[in-house]
Ligand binder design. Sequence first.
Ligand code: 5GP
Ligand code: ZN
Length: 117
Amino acid sequence: MCIFCKIVNGEIPNNTVHENDNFLAFHDLHPKAPIHILIIPKIHVDCFQDVSPETMSGLTTFAQEVATKVGVDQTGYRLITNNGDDGGQEVYHLHFHLLGGGKLKWGHLHEDAHMSI
Ligand code: 5GP
Ligand code: ZN
């Protein structure tokens, strides 16, 4: 069982922000912004590439509720998912990072990578 399934099952403790029957939001263990929350479906889906539109539909509403609950719905936030190896995905249970609570910078390519057009 993957680490986030264990969190869903309560085998690993988490700092829950918001929850319903299908989704869970909890604080990231190593926050990269003043607010850094992980949003996951309770069913196991490896990554964004595998997720159904039905799950994404529910996740959209849920993520909006999370943003409102933590008070960044008006100030702004970033919602991202890392997909696969090049995307930097480390945990293979679909999750969206909700980042906010301050101005975020933009920049992605790894220092070892090179642009090729
Ligand atoms: P990824 O790189 O896969 O997009 O992001 C995985 C995220 O999960 C990382 O930001 C990491 O800090 C977080 N993480 C990994 N293990 C745990 C855990 O056991 N609990 C919590 N709350 N976050 C975790
Ligand atoms: Zn899982």
